[in-house]
Design a protein around this ligand. Structure first.
Ligand SMILES: Cc1cc2nc3c(=O)[nH]c(=O)nc-3n(C[C@H](O)[C@H](O)[C@H](O)COP(=O)(O)OP(=O)(O)OC[C@H]3O[C@@H](n4cnc5c(N)ncnc54)[C@H](O)[C@@H]3O)c2cc1C
Length: 464
């Protein structure tokens, strides 16, 4: 009797779900993906891509402002909000189309609707009134041998704020906002918050950043955070440190953000960038016996399996590093595991080796072991650091800000991590990420014949 391929149902079409679907289909599974909104992923297409598109526009403006340093006269430009909207819409349309093309080319069935587990082997899909299985109730039933849950997250809205999409905004209401704010108050100084500060300051807005601790980017290398703070202060960003927002109110044509220490930040608009909550409610997890942690994220093991072994979780919903790259890698690992490939060539996903970037100016990128964390834990490391001011290409670019730092094992020379602050840091960190993943040594970087002049030469210098 012919053996039928395993039926895999994915709920959520973001990078986690897409990657699981395409890889599993390529490996021979019969795959259906259920998406209620936009194939490509809400966080990916509503957050990640528009924010980077707006930052790229902001960077183009900053480059213009620095034109005299490049031997040009004064250049200037104002943001054309309509053109910016069109630009973002075009990029999103292109990306959405290519994800759909990729899925269909692999034979993945796409079902539009809201999915939930009816039991551990059945996914119900609400396809909307009048659609679905012909019974008029808009409900499809999909039998599944394997399930991937990858429904992502949504912005966290605290009880003391009521976003109105006009003056008080969540991150998803800011692409682009109804107008470029004259004075934006950003609540939250993590990665998302600082990227918005950079973006709107580049567009010419006054910006106040509420920093609940004494350092922006509280979880990052203090030297990296200090470099960013210095740049923010140089660009006239107002930092309100040690202040926790506890109320946001409309005041005429503006807003007032009240802090727990009595300070009030006033501006034309306020933006909340204080994290996300998982889209795990309404997923039928209890019906299937899938456990969540105390914040509602699905608990997973090394193979991304939930408490029910044939039900996996990928992406932000798994409560691991909330990055598109991590979501996609989890999706791939899930497909390999589900299709039995892990026994031959599977490598566990090591979240500690994920390269991460912050698209501010200067750009920031990190991977692997952090210098400060290693010292705090008593781990012996070697740290080498070189400034871009010593790099010919940085001088040619008229942008010598920042540095390259490489963390290695003092006994073996194996590269353990790195941090880069400066132009193209997000691209340059790939080399360090490869070294960390492949266990390369400083000498491997040093012996590479690199392009001259290039910013990458600073990597070799830092390896010396
Ligand atoms: C402002 C911002 C900027 C970011 N920038 C970056 C960046 O530069 N680089 C980076 O790597 N990461 C970035 N991220 C993080 C990144 O966007 C997420 O980590 C990534 O999108 C997670 O992918 P996912 O597949 O888990 O979820 P998502 O992309 O959120 O996709 C989940 C999908 O599931 C669908 N869904 C939900 N519930 C159901 C249901 N019941 N039935 C059917 N479908 C459902 C949703 O509609 C959505 O399409 C950023 C995040 C934010 C907030």
């Amino acid at each position: 009797m012919p053996v039928r391929p395993p039926r895999l149902v994915v709920i959520g079409g973001g990078p986690g779900g897409n990657q699981a679907a395409t890889t599993a289909a390529r490996l021979g599974a019969d795959v259906t993906i259920v998406e209620r909104d936009v194939i490509g992923g809400a966080a990916h297409l509503w957050d990640c891509i528009p924010s980077k598109a707006m930052i790229a526009t902001g960077n183009a403006m900053s480059f213009m402002h620095r034109s005299p340093g490049m031997g040009l006269g004064e250049l200037d430009a104002a943001v054309d909000v309509d053109a910016l909207k069109r630009r973002i819409a075009d990029i999103l349309e292109h990306l959405k189309r290519s994800v759909v093309d990729l899925l269909t080319s692999q034979g993945v069935h796409i079902v539009r609707g809201t999915g939930r587990l009816l039991d551990a082997h059945t996914v119900g899909v609400d396809t909307g009134a009048g659609a679905g299985d012909g019974a008029g109730n808009g409900e499809l039933r999909l039998e599944a041998d394997l399930v991937v849950l990858s429904t992502g997250t949504r912005p966290r809205i605290p009880p003391w704020a009521k976003p109105d999409g006009d003056r008080i905004l969540t991150t998803r209401q800011a692409y682009p906002p109804p107008m470029i704010p004259s004075h934006l108050v950003v609540v939250g100084s993590g990665v998302t918050g600082v990227e918005f500060v950079h973006m709107f300051r580049s567009f010419g807005a006054q910006v106040t950043l509420i920093v609940s601790r004494q350092q922006v980017l509280p979880d990052r290398d203090p030297e990296v955070a200090a470099a960013l703070e210095e740049d923010f202060l140089r660009r006239g960003v107002n930092l309100l440190k040690g202040a926790r927002a506890e109320a946001i109110e409309r005041e005429g044509e503006g807003v007032a953000v009240k802090c727990d220490d009595g300070r009030v930040a006033r501006g034309s608009h306020a933006l909340l960038a204080i994290g996300s909550v998982p889209n795990s409610d309404g997923l039928g997890l209890e019906a299937a016996g899938v456990e969540v942690d105390d914040r509602g994220f699905i608990s997973i093991n090394n193979h991304c399996q939930s408490s029910v072994p044939h039900i996996y979780a990928a992406g932000d919903l798994s409560g691991k590093l909330p990055l598109s790259s991590v979501a996609a890698m989890q999706g791939r690992k899930i497909a390999e595991h589900a299709m039995g490939l892990h026994t031959r060539q599977h490598r566990h996903l090591d979240y500690d080796k994920a390269a991460q970037a912050i698209f501010t100016e200067p750009e920031i990128a990190e991977v692997g072991v952090h210098e400060a964390e290693a010292f705090a834990s008593g781990r012996k490391i070697r740290v080498t650091k070189v400034p871009f001011a010593a790099n010919a290409k940085a001088l040619i670019n008229d942008d010598p800000r920042g540095f390259v730092k490489i963390v290695s094992d003092p006994y073996t020379g194996v590269v353990l991590g790195g941090a880069i602050v400066g132009r193209h840091a997000a691209e340059l960190i790939s080399v360090v990420a490869l070294a960390v993943t492949a266990g390369l040594r400083l000498t491997d970087l040093l012996d590479s014949l690199l392009v001259h002049p290039s910013l990458a030469e600073s990597l070799a210098d830092a390896a010396d």
